[in-house]
Write a protein that binds this ligand. Structure first.
Ligand SMILES: Cc1cc2nc3c(=O)[nH]c(=O)nc-3n(C[C@H](O)[C@H](O)[C@H](O)COP(=O)(O)O)c2cc1C
Length: 205
């Protein structure tokens, strides 16, 4: 049985590692990921992870970093300028969408229903169809407009999952921090995972 389709966006906020870790987990579960990356999201992937993580090389990059199990899924890449792409329509069968990381600009566009590009339009589709939309904003400090835009998105039905990894799982590496955020995003999308140990009531146990 197919693991279904999930829309996934990468925009130009810091935290490319969260995006690739989450993508790898979705693909490893056999999900058909419909990916759209903004122009600054493309720059982010290259700047933070290197040229080998650019869109054209993304699947081999994920396989090299996280293992061949990523080949269980399907990755379809859409242009952010293509407002006629499948995920721009509510009739398409994507059950959920995650935006990892989400810039304050894209957050504002979603909060105000602007649909200026495919990321914003696909997010608007999730809201209008009352499907799960997971927004992973990253900025610090946060301006009042950004805070208000998060509230608007939450009021519209989105799940706001800020890129705020915890330290109670005693991370030893950046990958441990990325695992934590990817786990939170997978949970928000409705997937089980073992990317970080469940809280036992005590740090480090
Ligand atoms: C290296 C770099 C890091 C950035 N980090 C952030 C960030 O963490 N959060 C944010 O909201 N914008 C950040 N920006 C600014 C956004 O990329 C910029 O507002 C862009 O227009 C967002 O467009 P997009 O949402 O279409 O990707 C960063 C830009 C650069 C070049």
């Amino acid at each position: 049985m197919s693991a279904g389709k999930i829309a996934f966006a990468v925009t130009g906020a810091s935290g490319a590692l969260y995006a690739v870790r989450t993508l790898a987990e979705l693909l490893a579960r056999g999900v058909h990921v419909e990916l759209v990356v903004s122009d600054y999201g493309k720059r982010l992937l290259r700047d933070e992870l290197g040229d080998e993580a650019s869109i054209e090389k993304l699947v081999p990059y994920l396989a090299a970093k996280y293992g061949d199990k990523v080949n269980a899924g399907v990755l379809t890449v859409h242009s952010n300028r293509d407002l006629g792409a499948t995920i721009a329509s509510g009739s398409h069968s994507c059950s959920a969408m995650a935006i990892v990381p989400c810039s304050m600009k894209t957050l504002a566009g979603i909060a105000h229903g602007l649909s200026r590009n495919l990321v914003e339009r696909a997010a608007d589709v999730m809201l209008k169809e009352q499907r799960r939309l997971v927004i992973v904003p990253r900025e610090t400090p946060m301006s009042l407009p950004a805070l208000r835009n998060m509230v608007l998105c939450a009021e519209a039905g989105a799940m706001v999952v800020p890129a705020m990894p915890a330290f109670y799982q005693l991370p030893r590496s950046l990958d441990d921090l990325a695992d934590f955020m990817a786990g939170k995003i997978l949970s928000a999308l409705g997937f089980e995972h073992d990317l970080y140990p469940a809280w036992t009531g005590q740090v480090g146990s």
